[in-house]
Design a protein around this ligand. Sequence first.
Ligand code: ZN
Length: 85
Amino acid sequence: MPTGVCRGCGAEIVWVKTAAGKSMPCDPRLVPYWERPGAAGKVVLQRSGKVVSCDFEGPRDELTGFGYISHFSTCPQARGFRKKR
Ligand SMILES: [Zn+2]
């Protein structure tokens, strides 16, 4: 996966290809997620590129899996960054 640096905050990011064929800037470490339709959180699955609505906290034994969280969700500069793109 190509890596890069966020133009907003300087954090390291990876470009994850989504099922839609777009590259999405994500945080480089995989995060645990709990899939829930309609949830505010989004992760991209590494193998399929599928974007899943999820929560990032939940009961350990119901963990759905691990995925990449969009850097837009964690970037302290996300508001300005998003406007520019
Ligand atoms: Zn950033």
